[in-house]
Structures are given as structure tokens and as C-alpha cells.
Design a binder for this molecule. Structure first.
Ligand code: ADP
Ligand code: MG
Length: 361
């Protein structure tokens, strides 16, 4: 099922500032779509609007082109999959999954057939006679999905489903849940404030701030080409350098006080406009100053090493750009291939034109 959010807004009673403000997006059928942003940015509100648990103040929602804005929650075919999966402990797996079809009056044979079909879809048919407490967390999650699908769910909604799990289990469940959702082929929306969760699981991510979607794209796009400083910072560590656009078009050049930067940008900013260039720490390679620039990387800024910390997998450097007025950059090099630079050493911070994002300021 395809979902269209059409300039949807929600202001809670007695609160001036809308929790969700004119959000538009279209979610493709079968897509695993993520809403990512800090606490309070409106993710849960947007999910509840899609579910039909609350009504928008303005704007609308369409499912497969049909306006569902006024459709009550029980007629939308959406299911919020909560943290504890909420299986009934006294019922078997099969009875849990049969519950939806039973409520809608399906005959005994029909509901058994639907339930077994969905249990097979999530590879849990052989556990049909077990009780939920005889299953692992991952298996319970599968049954919960089978139950939602048997009840006619056309869209799965997840609100931070892994946030109560310990770190190791959370990592494992990420993979498991992603595989499972993609196997069902059902459209799914997943809310999280955890950028790693979003980047590792999503087909596309909508990054939210203050009730708005500030950027929408694939994990690679939002991480390596953030549109704003907020997105750059929220998704990971980022280095910045301000400058002015000296040439635009296919090859963008930005003049900064630390030197000129070449950018292979998909958007061509106006010549003369002030911009921020953003480069991720792992996209920078340090070279000794006397080695000269790396011919395979378009950019080389003069810098001085401030500190060097060994972290096992990576070595992390802080270096001061230019004469020091341009701030400090963090650089992460895989420790196995990094040869070691010492504080005070003059170096070149080198990076590809394709690894620079030009941010709106
Ligand atoms: P998130 O899920 O991203 O943490 P929420 O959608 O829960 O954000 O909340 C967005 C904003 O709306 C917050 O400022 C929150 O305090 C406010 N809010 C959420 N629910 C209600 C409510 N029932 N009444 C009034 N304000 C609310
Ligand atoms: Mg929330």
C-alpha cells in the first residue's frame, strides 16, 4: 500500500506550536520508511496520525490514492506494533493469530487457513501450538507480525520497538526485524531517535526536527549529503568549514580561509553565496605535509596535528586547519593502515570532492 502525507499538521489543544507542521511525503508500496529525529520532534504524533488515532488540524492522508483522513482507526488497516508485542499469554500462537479473523466473523476453517498462511509467511507455522512464553523475543515478534497481517493490516507502524532492549539484543533484532518486514512485503513506518538504527534498516529516512521533515532520502544520501547542519550533526560526527562559492555548475569550487575546496555537488549554488562545507571524519585522510597532496583526492588543506588517540579499530586525530583560525577537524583512520602522526606535526587533510556536502546556511 502506498501512503501519501499531504501537508499534514497537528497542533494539540492548548499548545501554540504545532507538534507536526505541514509534512508532505509519499511512501511507496512495500517500502520500509523511517522517521528519525530527536525526542519531541513529532515522530510519534505523525505515526499516530497515519494510524488514525488522532485527527490532523489540517492537511490529509491518502492510502493508495484514497483519502483516509476521516476514516476511523479500526477501518484503516494499520497496526501499531508496540514494544512488548502484546501477545495474549493464555492463548497459543495459532489462537493469537486467529484472533483478528475471528473478530471479523470468519468461519473456523477460514480463520485457521488465514492464520496458518501468515504463520508460514513469518516461518512460525511449526510453533502454532506453543504459548508465547515458550518463544524467544524474536519469535514473539514474528508472531505479532503474523497476527497483524492476519487481521488485514496493510501497513505496519513501529514506535521505537527496540528501545527497551539491551545493546546486544538490539543489534541482533535490527537485522531480524528488517529481514522480516522486507519478507512480508508490507509497507512499514518505523519511528526512532537512533541514527544507527535508521541508517542500517531503512529504505528511506525522513529526518525530522521541530515538527518538520528537514531531509528525506536513502541512508547514504542523508548521511553523506546532509542538507543542513542539523542533519549533518544528528546523523554522526561532522567537520565544517565556511566559505564562499567561487565557481558553480558541474564543478563547484568554494573559497575558504584554509584553502580552496572542490565539490562534486548535485545542486549548483549561486556564485558568491556563503555556504558551509561538511566532511565526515572517516572521509578525510591525513598525509605528511612533505609528501604533498594525494593525486587521487581533489582536496588538500594544510593542517597541524593537535592530538592522536588510538581507539582499537580506528585512530582518531584532531587537527587544526590553516593558521588555526578555521577551527579543528576530527579525522578517523582505520588504525591498521594509518601510519602515525604526532601532535605538532604539519600535515595535509586530504579528501575527495565527492565526500563534501555543501550545506544551506
Ligand atoms: P517524539 O515522538 O518525536 O518524541 P511527539 O510526537 O511525542 O515527539 O511530541 C511532539 C511534541 O508534541 C512535543 O513537544 C510533545 O511535548 C507534544 N505532545 C505530544 N503529545 C501531546 C499531547 N497529547 N498533548 C499536548 N502536547 C503533546
Ligand atoms: Mg515518540
Amino acid at each position: 500500500m502506498e501512503i501519501a502525507l499531504q501537508a499534514i499538521s497537528k497542533a494539540y489543544d492548548g499548545v501554540d506550536r504545532p507538534a507536526v507542521s505541514k509534512v508532505s511525503a509519499s511512501i511507496a508500496s512495500g517500502e520500509f520508511f523511517f522517521l528519525l529525529g530527536p525526542s519531541g520532534c513529532g515522530k510519534t504524533t505523525l505515526l499516530r496520525l497515519v494510524a488514525g488515532l488522532i485527527r490532523p488540524t489540517s492537511g490529509g492522508i491518502a492510502f493508495d490514492g484514497e483519502d483516509v483522513t476521516e476514516l476511523p482507526v479500526d477501518q484503516r488497516g494499520t497496526a501499531l506494533v508496540f514494544q512488548g508485542y502484546a501477545l495474549w499469554p493464555h492463548m497459543t500462537v495459532l489462537e493469537n493469530v486467529e484472533f483478528g479473523p475471528r473478530m471479523s466473523g470468519a468461519s473456523r476453517d477460514a480463520r485457521r487457513r488465514v492464520a496458518m498462511e501468515q504463520l508460514e509467511r513469518v516461518q512460525m507455522a511449526e510453533f502454532a501450538q506453543r504459548k508465547p512464553n515458550q518463544l524467544s523475543g524474536g519469535q514473539q515478534q514474528r508472531v505479532a507480525l503474523a497476527r497483524a497481517l492476519a487481521a488485514g493490516t496493510r501497513c505496519l507502524l513501529f514506535d521505537e520497538p527496540l528501545s527497551n532492549l539491551d545493546a546486544r539484543l538490539r543489534l541482533h533484532m535490527r537485522d531480524e526485524l528488517k529481514t522480516l518486514v522486507k519478507e512480508t512485503g508490507v509497507t512499514a513506518i518505523y519511528v526512532t531517535h537512533d541514527q544507527k538504527e535508521a541508517l542500517s534498516m531503512a529504505d528511506r529516512v525522513a529526518v525530522m526536527n521541530d515538527g518538520e521533515i528537514v531531509q528525506l532520502g536513502t541512508p547514504e544520501e542523508v548521511y553523506s549529503q546532509p542538507a543542513t547542519r542539523f542533519v549533518a550533526d544528528f546523523l554522526g560526527e561532522a567537520n565544517f568549514l565556511g566559505g564562499a562559492v567561487a565557481a558553480s555548475g558541474d564543478a563547484v569550487r568554494v573559497t575558504t580561509t584554509a584553502g580552496e575546496i572542490m565539490v562534486s555537488s548535485r545542486t549548483a549554488p549561486d556564485v558568491g553565496s556563503k555556504v558551509q562545507c561538511c566532511v565526515r571524519p572517516e572521509h578525510v585522510r591525513i598525509r605528511a605535509a612533505d609528501e604533498g597532496p594525494d593525486p587521487s583526492l581533489e582536496n588538500a588543506l594544510e593542517a597541524t596535528i593537535v592530538s592522536s588517540v588510538y581507539l582499537g579499530d580506528v585512530r582518531q586525530y584532531v587537527c587544526r586547519l590553516g593558521d588555526g583560525a578555521d577551527g579543528e577537524w576530527r579525522v578517523a583512520e582505520l588504525s591498521q593502515n594509518a601510519h602515525r602522526f604526532e601532535p605538532g606535526q604539519p600535515v595535509l587533510a586530504t579528501f575527495a570532492a565527492s565526500s563534501v556536502a555543501v550545506l544551506r546556511t
